[in-house]
Write a protein that binds this ligand. Structure first.
Ligand code: C5P
Length: 217
């Protein structure tokens, strides 16, 4: 971690478009990017593979320090193997929001997330980047969109990958995940007081990106 390195945080619920905007911004600025959701997802995958009880906070927090989680060559790695697509399935997504609710799990993952703060700068994408992980970030954004629109975006993403799903199931999954993320006692999904809120429901990527750039330049 280098506290001199500037940080821009982009938080919000699943499907609000954070990831795409964070990538576009990191590329434009030539900064590193932290996809904190991917860190939580890799930890959840490790728990699923070990058949851990997803309610057992201590057991979950205990395995995390022994995991080798890396992001390189555009892939997510767990203990030396690529897990990029496996961490994106709905089973892993649902397990992720369960384990992410535990304070002990969040605490052991804090240091790893903060280690991404390096020069020339960092764009951090997640749920609590602006509130907990980088409270002194230079700029903070919170992206939202209606659950229906976020589910439609997910359906489109799945069909592009040749996968099928029912829109009503996706809306239900998204609502359940939002509910867990927003109501957990630690680091709940909520905008930082000094975050700029952007509703992306009726904006395309370029319009959202322009709105973000407008605030930072
Ligand atoms: O962003 P993504 O959808 O990949 O995140 C997966 C899950 O990880 C979220 O639903 C949330 O439960 C958890 N998460 C979190 N804090 C973050 C990023 C993700 O709790 N900063």
């Amino acid at each position: 971690m280098n506290e001199q390195a500037p940080v821009i945080t982009i938080d919000g619920p699943a499907g609000a478009g954070k990831g795409t905007i964070a990538c576009m911004l990191a590329e434009k600025l030539g900064w590193r990017m932290l996809d904190s959701g991917a860190i939580y997802r890799v930890a959840a995958l490790a728990a699923l593979r070990r058949h851990l009880d997803l309610q057992d906070e201590d057991a979950l927090a205990a395995i995390i320090p022994s995991l080798h989680i890396e992001f390189r060559d555009g892939e997510a790695w767990l203990d030396g193997a690529v897990v990029t697509s496996e961490i994106r399935n709905e089973t892993c997504a649902s397990a992720t929001s369960k384990i992410a609710a535990f304070p002990a799990v969040r605490t052991v993952l804090l240091e790893l997330q903060r280690s991404f703060q390096q020069l020339p700068g960092l764009v951090a994408d997640g749920r609590d980047m602006g509130t907990v992980v980088f409270p002194r970030a230079n700029h903070k954004f919170f992206l939202t969109a209606s659950a229906e629109i976020r589910a439609e975006r997910r359906l489109k993403q799945l069909s592009e990958q040749g996968l099928s799903a029912k829109l009503c199931d996706l809306i239900q999954d998204i609502n359940a995940r939002d509910e867990r993320d927003a109501n957990r006692p630690v680091a709940p999904l909520k905008p930082a007081e000094d975050a700029v809120l952007i509703d992306t429901s009726y904006l395309d990527q370029n319009e959202v990106f322009a709105a973000v750039l407008h605030h930072i330049v």
